[in-house]
Write a protein that binds this ligand. Structure first.
Ligand code: ADP
Ligand code: ADP
Length: 229
């Protein structure tokens, strides 16, 4: 379960400047669909609508056939996991940050999530391990390390639906490749909406949609779109 469907969704922050002018697509359960397009095209707006930070001004958004207009925000957050562009960690331990929202998780689950996110060796090399304080008054983590903590949290949370918002954009290319591997692992078998501005980061998506001027102007797999460039 966990299909996501946008039906003729329209949205503007300012009535004189429409951002989405009737956007329709489906992410079938367990599939990965990527939205690419220039900066300002409205990609992040799509994910804000999915979390009901804003309501569509036309059309509707369905999860498993149910209009999300009738679903509470906290219920949505329970089924949709998000790896944001810039992860902000809580000023607490690494373990707390990975466990966040899954206080019932065992020590073994915690380690397994860290291993899948490829951050277990780093954490275990620290004298205080998972009890190491991070954030403002604790250990400063690099962008890639923070991202991996966020990925470990998402792995532990195991939501049926994932939103990856340019999740690797802030990283150098070596780290980006490592994170991409971890993300591919998380999204396997989950309904995943990837938001990206480069075609090269979404090679593995089942379908890629190009958003421009409020419309989906192209769709296809990676090779099909590359061939048209
Ligand atoms: P993308 O993710 O494709 O870069 P966004 O969805 O973030 O694009 O933004 C689409 C457009 O909406 C941009 O022109 C942006 O300036 C504008 N925008 C985004 N958020 C707001 C807001 N809260 N109020 C007004 N305009 C906004
Ligand atoms: P859950 O539904 O998993 O119990 P929430 O709905 O409270 O948790 O939050 C969803 C996700 O948003 C969390 O897994 C966490 O990644 C992130 N989050 C929530 N609040 C904060 C915050 N204050 N700072 C950073 N990330 C947060």
């Amino acid at each position: 379960s966990g299909s996501v469907r946008f039906e003729d969704v329209r949205f503007a922050y300012n009535p004189s400047r429409p951002i989405l002018r009737g956007v329709s697509f489906e992410v079938p359960a367990g599939r990965t669909v990527a939205i690419v397009g220039p900066s300002g095209a409205g990609k992040s707006t799509l994910s804000r609508l999915l979390f009901r930070f804003y309501e569509p001004q036309g059309g509707r958004i369905l999860i498993d056939g149910q209009d999300i207009a009738a679903v509470r925000q906290d219920s949505l957050r329970a089924v949709i996991g998000m790896v944001p562009q810039d992860t902000v960690l809580f000023n607490d331990t690494i373990g707390y940050n990975i466990r966040y929202g899954r206080w019932d998780a065992s020590e073994a689950d915690l380690r397994e999530a860290a291993r899948s996110a490829q951050i277990d060796r780093f954490i275990e090399s620290l004298p205080e391990g998972y009890d190491t304080p991070v954030g403002e008054r604790g250990l400063k983590l690099s962008g890639g390390e923070k991202q991996r903590v966020a990925i470990a949290r998402t792995i532990l949370k195991a939501p049926p639906i994932l939103v990856l918002d340019e999740a690797t954009s802030a990283l150098d290319s070596f780290t980006e490749r490592e994170i991409q591997t971890a993300l591919d692992r998380v999204s396997r078998g989950r309904t995943t909406l990837v938001i990206a501005h480069r075609l090269s980061t979404v090679v593995n998506a089942d379908e890629i949609l190009v958003l421009d001027h409020g419309h989906i102007v192209e769709r296809g797999d990676h090779l099909t779109l590359l061939a048209r460039r």
